[in-house]
Write a protein that binds this ligand. Structure first.
Ligand SMILES: Nc1nc2c(c(=O)[nH]1)N[C@H]1C(S)=C(S)[C@@H](COP(=O)(O)OP(=O)(O)OC[C@H]3O[C@@H](n4cnc5c(N)ncnc54)[C@H](O)[C@@H]3O)O[C@H]1N2
Ligand code: MOO
Length: 410
């Protein structure tokens, strides 16, 4: 994206992203947390395995362990002991002998292979092996999953449920993680009512803080919800001051445009500094970024789709950096559109699309229809953004477009 194609006065999207990220300082405070509490946290150091996993060679089947060379002499071996999971065979065995073994039990030192019991005939202590077996069959080798000192997880990785299992399997009781961010949410607007309240003339229900709060939960931050603040300069100023004291980042929605009751930018300018305002993107043109005394500030536009798209494309990327997490990976594809797409050059569009596979097996995208920035339900129907560069004009059906798949924050 270059300056050539953005409407005058609007910062190209990529430049806005770069400028914003340059002003984000990642957290440095580190906690040592029990692994079972680490879900969603960002690792503050690499995790190396202190052991081999599994720690010893063990059987993958219930059956009989033996030395492969024994079977070259005779297909019937003599049973001389038992190895159970947690109660290994500690005795000695010789050529021509075998050991009863259970899944997960340690391989006796004298054995190198296992046969499952379904392929054996047991008559007292005489075990007949009915099939030929390869050397090492049904043996899970020590360290075949993870080797001692192997890097298992990297700094910056966000801990998943499976990671918690992997850490437990290493016998690791605690992990070092970066502290959670505190993020304040403020919805501005005289017209906003909470679900459950009655609407009077001109009111609408507030939805931005609900969806933003849910997205922030997925990002694993502490949300400090300031609820609805009236379109009043001093009320907004007081809320921003309070939020700035408590949070690493303050996110407001609404009041960021040029209307008579749009105070966000004025207050940001008074209390801190405006990094930039107005981006060549659609929806989301009036997005503002800046700094308050202690925190960074994201001023999202009030329109529900504009608020969510700017949060997803900009604020979420910045908060991820602030968490010290590895950058978000977003999947993009070039696919055919089955809809005509209306667009004027000058802003980068994030249109809502539905990606699917048609009867011919081709991956195609369709528009969700009207792209008004108040139509929140269209985001719920969509599974991707159709990303159209700033200079692009309308696109015809059957042309190829870039889509960005929704990630798990939407
Ligand atoms: N003269 C101009 N007017 C507008 C421009 C412009 O460039 N010149 N830009 C338009 C664009 S683009 C957008 S986006 C909006 C953004 O306006 P604000 O950020 O000032 O938002 P509001 O005016 O407060 O609200 C816009 C719209 O969204 C509804 N809203 C607000 N907050 C919430 C909420 N928490 N939950 C649900 N809905 C919300 C509000 O009722 C309005 O309908 O400005 C255009 N105007
Ligand atoms: O940016 Mo506004 O978001 O076009 O409606």
């Amino acid at each position: 994206m270059s300056d050539c194609c953005s409407a005058p006065g609007l910062l190209p999207f990529e430049q806005a992203l770069t400028k914003m990220l340059a002003q984000i300082t990642p957290v440095t405070d580190v906690l040592d947390l029990p692994v079972e509490q680490a879900l969603g946290y960002v690792l503050a150091s690499d995790v190396l395995s202190p052991i081999n996993v599994p720690p010893h060679d063990n059987s993958a089947m219930d059956g009989y362990a033996f030395s492969h060379s024994s079977l070259e002499q005779s297909s019937t071996l003599t049973l001389v002991g038992r190895s159970m999971a947690g109660a290994p065979f500690t005795g000695k065995c010789e050529a021509g002998q075998c050991i009863r073994i259970m899944t997960g039990a340690k391989m006796p030192d004298c054995c190198d292979s296992v046969e499952m019991q379904e392929n054996c005939q047991a008559e007292g202590e005489h075990i007949r092996f009915l099939q030929e077996k390869k050397f090492g069959s049904h043996v899970r080798k020590a360290g075949e999953d993870i080797q001692k000192n192997q890097q298992v997880l990297k700094q910056g990785h966000r801990v998943t449920p499976v990671d918690i299992g992997v850490l437990a399997s290493l016998g690791v009781p605690t992990v070092k993680v970066f502290r959670k961010l505190n993020v304040a949410l403020i919805a501005t607007g005289d017209e906003l009512k909470l679900p459950g309240q009655a609407l009077t003339e001109g009111d609408i229900y507030e939805s931005n803080s609900f969806v933003l709060s849910a997205m922030l939960e997925k990002l694993h931050v502490n949300v400090i919800n300031f609820g609805i603040i009236k379109d009043d300069l001093s009320a907004i100023k007081a809320a921003f001051i309070d939020a700035d004291k408590q949070a690493d980042a303050v996110i407001s929605s609404g009041g960021v445009s040029v209307g008579d009751a749009d105070y966000t930018k004025t207050v940001l300018d008074e209390l801190g500094e405006i990094g930039f305002w107005k981006i060549a993107m659609k929806p989301g043109k009036p997005f503002a970024f800046g700094k308050l005394a202690n925190s960074v500030f994201f001023g999202l536009p009030g329109n529900p789709v504009s608020a969510l798209v700017t949060f997803h494309q900009l604020a979420l990327v910045a908060l991820t950096k602030m968490q010290n997490a590895e950058p978000l990976k977003r999947t993009t594809l070039r696919v055919k559109t089955t809809s005509d797409l209306r667009k004027s050059p000058g802003r980068m569009d994030f249109q809502r699309g539905v990606l699917s596979v048609n009867e011919q097996g081709e991956t195609v995208v369709a528009s969700t229809g009207s792209q008004g920035s108040g139509i929140l339900s269209s985001l719920a129907q969509a599974n991707c953004f159709i990303v159209l560069e700033s200079e692009q004009a309308s696109v015809s059906k059957n042309d190829y477009v870039t889509v960005q798949m929704f990630d798990n924050y939407l």
